[in-house]
Write a protein that binds this ligand. Structure first.
Ligand SMILES: Cc1ncc(COP(=O)(O)O)c(C=O)c1O
Length: 417
């Protein structure tokens, strides 16, 4: 951990200056962005890299022999290398697509051919719809059973919770490393080890954790680990998947098209052979600008240090909790969990009205069910407010937010002034 940088980070505005969007004003108020679990702001370095692709390297790779195409190919390979290093996997195990959602759909289709009727998939009640609906789809198609793993009293999942729900019919466990409403982190290492011994596929939704926990997929021993670049200071429109090489090699393509075809028959048998594993999973033209910018994205996160970001966010959350505790009308659902996320409600106020009111003061926070429709089975409310921090947030923003929240019951007054 780079502690010097961490101290610097706490003391200076340098890192905030890296994010041009923080200069945006709304109704004369400075932007207070507290929705980084949805998507993070982007540092200038990443924005510049995206522009550089469009200004200097705009072309398609793998289809041309000309100089631009090979220059772009080597840039893409550099990004691929830095992602593989970041995750501790081989380059052939990194696959690009649009986002986490799309990739979990692809994984569910890959694994669908390895299960049979009545086999079981284990999920949790805190999963994002993106790690729920793809499994619902294949469960329906193949007549599989979905079971939900319980949480322990600390609102997390470890090996004992998994043991309590698996059976000889369990074939797939798919869980978020860190969930998007409670911000709880599961014991991915313990679970990964256990599932490997049992020969059960382990899919990890890393959409929230990738920007917050250092990830080593080999230590986790998962079969798939997926995340979206836009939640880690990177560009939108890019999902990244680690897939175990053996599975990627032996599995059939689940979507197909240009850029991945080796040969095909025209004798009526409708067979085709895909190119190498990497190509097989990325048919069509990729989001080159985004992939291009991933090298800068990773280098930015490494410069600041994911551990430092985590420490900073935990500190901010603890401060927010202590300030909100001073108010009489707040109901918090995950105050004890060490994370970047606080989910709460203001008693007798609808979450939607509160977020709308705060928005008029330049504060962006999320309201609703946060795409986790069945979390209500755990926190017992359907709609809540969610504040999620990232490296650019600071205590002064919390002071301003709490000051606005203190107005409590006057929330809607400004609408009628
Ligand atoms: C835990 C989790 N999984 C999956 C997703 C879906 O990510 P995307 O919209 O980038 O596909 C999100 C987005 O908020 C998330 O928080």
């Amino acid at each position: 951990m780079n502690l010097n940088l961490y101290n610097l980070f706490m003391l200076s505005d340098k890192l905030r200056n890296d994010f041009p969007q923080l200069k945006v004003k709304h109704n004369g108020h400075s932007l207070i962005y507290l929705d980084s679990a949805a998507t993070t702001l982007k540092p200038q370095k990443v924005i510049d890299a995206i522009t550089e692709y469009y200004e200097k390297f705009s072309c398609s790779t793998g289809r041309g022999n000309y100089f631009l195409s090979s220059q772009l190919e080597s840039k893409i390979n550099e990004s691929m290398k830095s992602i593989a290093k970041f995750l501790n996997c081989e380059e052939e195990e990194v696959v690009f697509s649009y986002n986490t959602t799309y990739l979990i759909n692809i994984i569910s289709k890959i694994l669908a051919s390895n299960v049979k009727e009545n086999d079981e998939i284990i999920l949790s009640h805190a999963e994002h719809s993106s790690n729920l609906l793809p499994w619902y789809m294949i469960a329906k198609q193949k007549n599989l059973k979905i079971k939900f793993c319980p949480f322990n009293k600390d609102l997390t999942i470890g090996v004992s919770e998994i043991k309590s729900v698996i059976s000889p019919k369990t074939k797939i466990v798919s869980l978020a490393h860190m969930t998007n409403v409670l911000g709880n982190t599961i014991d991915v290492h313990g679970i990964g080890n256990f599932l490997k011994e049992k020969n059960i596929y382990f899919v990890v939704d890393g959409a929230q954790s990738i920007s917050y926990h250092p990830v080593d997929v080999k230590k986790i021993q998962c079969d798939f680990y997926v995340f979206s670049a836009h939640k880690m200071c990177g560009p939108t429109g890019l999902g990244i998947m680690y897939g175990r090489k053996k599975i990627l090699e032996k599995s059939e393509a689940v979507i197909a098209g240009g850029h991945m075809l080796k040969s095909l028959t025209t004798d009526g048998s409708h067979d085709f052979v895909s190119l190498s594993s990497k190509r097989k999973w990325q048919p069509g033209t990729s989001n080159y600008a985004a992939i291009f910018a991933m090298k800068e994205t990773i280098s930015y996160l490494q410069e600041v240090g994911v551990d430092n970001i985590k420490k900073h966010c935990i500190e901010l959350k603890q401060y927010l909790v202590s300030e909100l505790k001073k108010l009489p009308n707040i109901e918090m659902y995950n105050e004890k969990l060490e994370s970047s996320i606080l989910t709460f409600n203001i008693k007798n106020c609808s979450a939607e009205d509160v977020s709308f009111d705060l928005s008029s003061k330049g504060i962006c926070i999320r309201h609703g069910d946060h795409c986790s429709k069945i979390l209500k089975n755990i926190i017992k409310v359907q709609a809540s407010l969610r504040i999620s921090f990232y490296l650019y947030n600071r205590k002064e923003e919390i002071d301003y937010l709490v000051k606005q929240i203190k107005k409590g019951k006057d929330f809607l007054n400004h609408l009628f002034e």
